[in-house]
Design a protein around this ligand. Sequence first.
Ligand code: ADP
Ligand code: MG
Length: 232
Amino acid sequence: MRDKAVNEIFKTAEAEGRDFLFEHEAKNLCVLYGLPVTKITVGETEEDVVDAAKKLGFPVVLKIVSPQVIHKSDVGGVLIDIKDEMGVRQGYKTILKNIKAYVPEAEITGILIQKMAPWGTEVIVGSTKDPTFGTTLMFGLGGIFVEILKDVSFRLVPIVRSDAEEMVKKIKAYKILEGVRGKPPSDTKVIVEILLKTSEMLVDCPEISELDMNPVLVYEEGAMVVDTRIIL
Ligand code: ADP
Ligand code: MG
């Protein structure tokens, strides 16, 4: 049986006629499946956002929440590494100004405040749904590795641990995860856990037609999903 909280997330999006989940909804869903995501809060007013940032602790990241904005940084909707209250106040105004300029018709639901995650190796975990074959889980390193080199691995869900391990080892850039030229190794064990939990979430939630956790930052120990896009 699926957790009630899972149903609620999809119900809200459906009731509002959205064909995607807001980042905070998608991350709340991820949390229900044990995935490591940044702490998040949504605020409406500048004071809300300042309070939330203070509670989370600096540095923080601010992002637009709008039913009309799905690629947030393309429209000036993401500001990272904000170090103090002044920065939050300025950032709040900047994001609203950017959205007005780039997407004048956008309704503003709020501003998402989250912890700035430390830099790590960027990986991507995604999925697509094929009417014939079912749901495919994808793994690769972020940036040029996926976009230009198409260095990714795929498996149909559900996967088992050995599938997840192979998915990680199969990409050409695996050496980078092992650590090269003084760069420390990345926690591949945690990547395997993330792939397994993501598979479980995808099997449990047929509403998800497309998932894009991009990027997931991987550390020597642990990892953090800093963006999650879910298309319904
Ligand atoms: P988009 O909707 O444009 O994909 P993202 O949420 O991915 O927006 O944010 C854009 C970029 O900002 C990310 O690729 C990442 O490099 C950085 N970023 C976003 N959130 C965080 C965070 N919490 N910590 C650190 N970096 C972040
Ligand atoms: Mg992103």
